[in-house]
Design a protein around this ligand. Structure first.
Ligand SMILES: [Zn+2]
Ligand SMILES: [Zn+2]
Length: 119
């Protein structure tokens, strides 16, 4: 496992679906921001984040970054088996979730089929 140091600018704050462990996406509904799972019907309101605040935009950025192709450009790849196509190589991203006290979460993206998963 790589011990690559991730600087603050590449840290992410995000949450995961308690039902299916997929990344929750930010969703705006009637002025309320919530975390919404794109796989199952789960969602949870995000408290203490005011619409238009810096932290919201930060979150929004992160959301589109991880979901977008750009996040996966120029990232390192390692030897790991994709559980979708059995390809032996995937890109990886280390992400800080919730607080700095918690360990990094590692995301993988298959070099072959684009399947994404987290450690
Ligand atoms: Zn879900
Ligand atoms: Zn694959």
């Amino acid at each position: 496992m790589s011990s690559r140091v991730v600087n603050e600018s590449s840290m992410f704050y995000m949450d995961f679906c308690p039902n299916c462990s997929n990344i929750l996406h930010l969703d705006e509904c009637m002025g309320e921001i919530r975390h919404k799972c794109q796989v199952c019907p789960y969602f949870s309101p995000i408290k203490n984040i005011m619409l238009g605040s810096r932290s919201f935009y930060k979150l929004k950025e992160i959301d589109s970054v991880l979901g977008g192709k750009a996040a996966w450009e120029n990232v390192d790849s390692i030897d790991i088996i994709c559980n979708s196509c059995n390809h032996g190589r995937a890109y990886f991203l280390q992400v800080q979730t919730r607080s700095a006290d918690e360990p990094m979460t590692v995301f993988y993206k298959c070099c072959n089929c684009g399947n994404r998963w987290r450690e």
